[in-house]
Design a protein around this ligand. Structure first.
Ligand code: ZN
Length: 130
């Protein structure tokens, strides 16, 4: 699967797509020419960087970090920061809701809720195996 989405945010050292949560090595950029041929200023190439995704006043990176911190707190530190970030992204992928969709709460309270909901499944798995 190749991600051709545009907005996202830098998480854990890579660019995370806000739509499909693909991890890209570099922040997407577009090149375009400014100025007109034969105008006063010679045309030159300009670069536009992909915009940072924001929803409910939270950037994607802030949201994923809020989830990661919640994970660390709820599991008594059994995740390190990088693992918690990766796991937070896995949770987001299971919802397959693009960042900023109307169906989820994208505040830090919403981030905690997603994590708490996921951890409930852990408890259920544990009691099922007992
Ligand atoms: Zn994408």
């Amino acid at each position: 699967m190749t991600c051709t989405h545009w907005d996202g945010d830098t998480v854990n050292g890579y660019w995370l797509c806000a739509k499909c949560f693909a991890k890209l090595q570099d922040r997407p950029r577009r090149y375009h020419m400014s100025g007109v041929e034969g105008g006063d200023v010679p045309p030159r190439q300009e670069v536009t960087l992909a915009p940072v995704a924001k929803a409910d006043g939270t950037t994607l990176a802030q949201f994923v970090h809020a989830m990661a911190l919640r994970l660390i707190a709820r599991t008594g530190g059994s995740f390190d920061k990088a693992d918690a970030l990766e796991y937070a992204i896995e949770i987001l992928r299971t919802f397959s809701e693009p960042f900023g969709s109307d169906d989820l709460d994208w505040t830090s309270a919403g981030a905690w809720e997603l994590v708490d909901e996921d951890l409930q499944h852990w408890d259920a798995d544990e009691s099922a195996s007992n």
